[in-house]
Design a protein around this ligand. Structure first.
Ligand SMILES: [Zn+2]
Length: 241
């Protein structure tokens, strides 16, 4: 939790959900952007993935230092490291990303170390859908290092740039992962993609999902064999049989 006796609190109601923004005086100019983003994405993500399962969402604006991460997610609580943001658009994107984590990590659990793509790729993709009018992932780098795949655990990433390759955690898990979901959306079409995402959310809510669950549910919902698609996108499932 975050404690600060000097926090102010602004309360908004969004779609029956109480949104509390806690902030210090110096962050008061960003409160409106945070509430507006919650106002926009809570109904949007409900529409795309399923109901937000709690009554409240807390948004904490705080100073973790300019060099620290932009934000952090906890169930029903997100942190926004305000000084690390250089524009109001950046605030929008962080609130969108961390709020998406309420669906992917908060409600649908996963092993964040073993299969980080199940929360980070999904939240990145959801936040891009919210932020951009049209999605373009042509800038995403190609894999050059055979050792990395989308289902690599956190521990395999060294954050060193490999020669001609893509070795950074964020390149693989955030960027390539979001692109993978975008490619899946393109492949199966809007209706089947969101049918699959909604089914995944409904079936795995309050459980610990695995990559195998996601693939199985997507294949069932779309009635398609997605083996080649996931293999080409370096989403691998360990054989446990
Ligand atoms: Zn994240």
């Amino acid at each position: 939790m975050v404690f600060n006796r000097d926090f102010n609190q602004n309360v908004g109601m969004v779609d029956g959900i109480q949104v509390n923004v806690f902030y210090a005086d110096e962050d008061k100019d960003d409160v409106e952007a945070m509430l507006a983003t919650a106002n926009y994405v809570l109904p949007l993500f409900k529409d795309l993935f399923g109901e937000y399962p709690w009554d409240e969402l807390d948004i904490i604006s705080l100073d973790m230092g300019k060099e620290s991460d932009l934000g952090m997610e906890y169930p029903q609580l997100i942190m926004v490291n305000t000084p690390a943001h250089s524009s109001v658009e950046a605030i929008y994107q962080t609130v969108e990303h961390e709020t998406a984590h309420q669906w992917f990590y908060g409600a649908v659990g996963n092993d964040q170390y073993a299969e980080p793509w199940l929360d980070e790729s999904f939240s990145t993709y959801a936040s891009y859908v919210a932020f951009y009018e049209t999605l373009d992932f042509s800038w995403v780098r190609k894999f050059g290092n055979k050792n990395y795949h989308l289902t690599s655990p956190v521990s395999t990433f060294t954050d060193r740039e490999d020669e001609g390759g893509m070795g950074k955690y964020s390149d693989v898990i955030y960027d390539f992962g979001a692109k993978t979901l975008h490619d899946l959306h393109e492949k199966v079409g809007d209706e089947l993609f969101y049918k699959g995402m909604k089914t995944y959310y409904r079936k795995m809510k309050f459980r610990v999902a695995t990559t195998a669950d996601f693939i199985r549910i997507m294949e069932e919902a779309t009635n398609q064999d997605l083996t080649d698609f996931f293999r080409e996108h370096r989403v691998f499932v360990e054989e446990t049989m």
